[in-house]
Design a protein around this ligand. Sequence first.
Ligand SMILES: [Zn+2]
Length: 419
Amino acid sequence: MLSDTAKVKGLKFTFYGGADEVGGLAVTVEDGFGKVMFDYGLIPKDPPVHPLEAPPVDEIILTHAHVDHSGMIPWLTSRYQVPVHGTYPTKEVGRLLMLDSLKVARMEGYFEPYENGDVDDTMSLFTVERFDRGFNIGGTEFIPRMAGHIPGAAMFEIRGENNILFTGDIHTVETRLVPGAVVPKADVLVIESTYSGREHPDRKQTEDGLVDKVKEIVERGGQAILPAFAVGRTQELLMILEKTGYNIWVDGMGRKVNRIYGKSREYVTSHNDLKRACLRAYAVETNEDRFRSDRADVIVTTSGMLDGGPALNYIEKIRNDPKSGILMSGFQVEESNGYRLLNTGHLEINGVLEKVNCEVQRFDLSAHAGHSGLVDFVNKCDPETVMLVHGDGDRRKILADEFDGRKVFLPKKGDEIVL
Ligand SMILES: [Zn+2]
C-alpha cells in the first residue's frame, strides 16, 4: 500500500538528499530526542550533486564513509558545531574521502563547499561508536548495528517512543570482507533501495569466474588491470586473488584504506585473511614502484569508475595488447568513463577518446543487497512503516509492491513525512 505524505504531528523525517536518487543521502529525524541528521553526502557526478541546505541540527550520525553519505559533513559541522557519531573505520576512511573529494573539486574547478580545516573540525567533533553499544542522544538510546556493505558500515536503531531503524547502505550476505547485516525489529524502517527490482548473480560463482579470467590472462602472457574503489572493493579483490599466487600490485588510495582496515579487527569477516591478502600485494608507493609494476601480473588500482586515478596510466600501456585485460567490478555511474568503456569500448585518457582493444569484462561484486535480500530484510524487520530511500525514483515502486499490508513511503528530495 503506498501512502501519501501524512500531515500529523509527531515523529518527523525530512529528506535533504538521496531519497529518490542513489547517493547524496541526507535525512533528518525529529522526535523527543531533538533533530538528528543521518548522513550528509554528495553524488560524485560531473559536477557533484549536493544535498539541499541543512537546517541547524542537534547531532549528526554517519552510517559509513562513502562520499555519497559523508561528503558534505564538514560543511554541516563548519556551521553547526555538533557531535558526529560513527564507527572507527567510518571516521578514518571518511576523513580520507572528504579530503579527496575536496582535492577533486580543486582539480576539476568544481564548487568547494568547505576547506581542509573543516575536515579537521569534523574529526575533532567525532565520537567513535561501536556495534551493539548504545549511546544517548536527548535521553534516547541509539544503537549501531552491523550493516554489511563495507567495514564499519552501521545501521542505527533508535529506541525511543517509536522504534526506528535507519539502514544506510546494507548488504545481507557475508562477503570475504564483511559479514552480512543483522536484522533488528523496528516499527519504522528507513531502508536503502539501490537494487530495487534487480538481483545479483551468485557471489561465489562470480568470484570463481573472476579468478579464472585472471588466470587465463596471466597464463597467456598478459596483464590484468582491475580498476577498483579504494574503499572496500580493493581489499575484497586482494582477498579473492590472494590464493592465485600471482604477482599482485595495488595502487591508489586503497593502500591507505588497507592500513585503516588492518586496525579494524571487529569490523571485518576475517582480520587474518585481510591482513595476509594486503601483505601479499606490493604497494605502489613511489614513481619507481610504478615503473617496476610493469612486471606485475595483476594491478588493483583506483579509480573504480576510471574517472582519473592511476588506473588510466596502466590501461594506456596495455589497451592494444590482446593478451591483457581490464576486469571491472564496481558500479558505474552513467556518465562515468567506466560506463563508456563497457558500453562503447572507448575510454577518455588524458582528454583524448581512445579505442580499447584488449579484453574488457565486468563482474558483479556489489556491496549492496539485491532485490530479494531487501525484501527478506524488510519482512524480518517487520515494520509497520517503510520508507524507501537511496533508489532510482520509479524503480523503488518495484520494491514497494512487495510490501502489502505495510505503510510504504517513496519520499522525494525536499519531502517531509510526519508520522
Ligand atoms: Zn555506500
